[in-house]
Design a protein around this ligand. Structure first.
Ligand code: ADP
Ligand code: MG
Length: 292
């Protein structure tokens, strides 16, 4: 048991070019079991990286290794230990949930008997017991995402790659998916690509910040956040100061109560001339700092 505890997925100098455009530049990183957040705005290269990790796309240069072996040489052996939820996934509208999962299990090379037990377990895990015989075409956004997560979990994969798993979901469904991911992550390498900080803020062991194809920072969330400690403030503002504040500073959350407006800002200097207090940076602040 627990032979996966020392599993290691390692990216070495991954570069991807499309003609003269560099989508990924020299990405090197080591993953061990735990949840990782790959955070960056649209166009940063997240999906490109996920498609390379899953061997659906060849890098221009660089290698992906699992436990020391080149994944592109592992072929089916790699596919068997991998679960992938791509960003764009053709969902089969006429398949029932059960049929979809059996179909995906067959593609993974699972025997029917193993598939049956696994599918039963996963349908319950993602809380779609009532929908097992319903067609995917009639599923809500949240149900579809959960069905796709379930297929990524088939055959107890050692590596799970989820590309924007909460896209298009309402806040309640987001929370549900987030909790589900935290639950399934035990002793697996889980990598979640997202531009939504709250998707990973409290479940990621480490966060990778990806900007224009490069990792510009990576590590434990509190370590990353400590880089901007002293740079986050809340200003107690008047309505007529708001325009001026957003001209001068990167503005995060704006909160109002009956009498006051609280404006969270990121700034290298203290906001002189305003009533302010210092705040402890969080991942949202860090995102604004790097990507706004
Ligand atoms: P993300 O998932 O972070 O939004 P992508 O990995 O999808 O980013 O895209 C990264 C960049 O690479 C974008 O600028 C995108 O336009 C470009 N890109 C992606 N696929 C191709 C392709 N097949 N040909 C040319 N450019 C591409
Ligand atoms: Mg993407």
């Amino acid at each position: 048991m627990n032979e996966n505890r020392n599993a290691n997925l390692s990216l070495y100098k991954i570069t991807k070019r499309y003609g003269s455009f560099t989508a990924l530049n020299d990405v090197t990183y080591d993953f061990t079991p735990g949840v990782y957040g790959l955070l960056g705005p649209n166009g940063a290269g997240k999906s490109t990286l996920m498609n390379i990790i899953t061997d659906n796309l060849k890098p221009t240069s660089g290698t992906v290794k699992f436990d020391g072996m080149n994944t592109s040489d592992m072929d089916d052996d790699f596919r068997k230990i991998l679960g992938f939820m791509p960003q764009q996934q053709g969902i089969y509208p006429n398949f029932t949930l059960e049929r979809f999962l059996y179909y995906m299990a067959a593609l993974k090379g699972m025997k029917k008997k193993d598939a049956k037990a696994d599918i039963e377990r996963l349908i319950e895990l993602v809380n779609l017991g009532n929908a097992r015989s319903k067609r995917l075409g009639g599923f809500s956004g949240g149900m579809k995402q959960r069905a796709l997560i379930a297929q990524a979990m088939l055959a107890d994969p050692k590596i799970i790659i989820l590309d924007e798993p909460t896209a298009g979901l309402d806040p309640k469904e987001r929370i549900r998916i987030r909790n589900l991911i935290a639950e399934i992550a035990f002793e697996k390498i889980v990598i979640i690509a997202t531009h939504v900080v709250s998707d990973i803020e409290f479940i990621a062991k480490e966060v990778l910040l990806l900007r224009q194809g490069e990792i510009i920072g990576a590590g434990k969330p509190y370590e990353l956040c400590s880089k901007i400690s002293g740079n986050v403030f809340t200003i107690l503002a008047e309505e007529n100061q708001l325009a001026d504040i957003s001209k001068q500073f990167k503005v995060g959350n704006i909160a109002k109560d009956e009498k006051h407006i609280f404006v969270r800002i990121i700034s290298d200097k203290v906001p002189q001339g305003y009533k302010y207090k210092s705040c402890k940076p969080d991942l949202e602040d860090l995102y604004l700092y790097y990507f706004d």
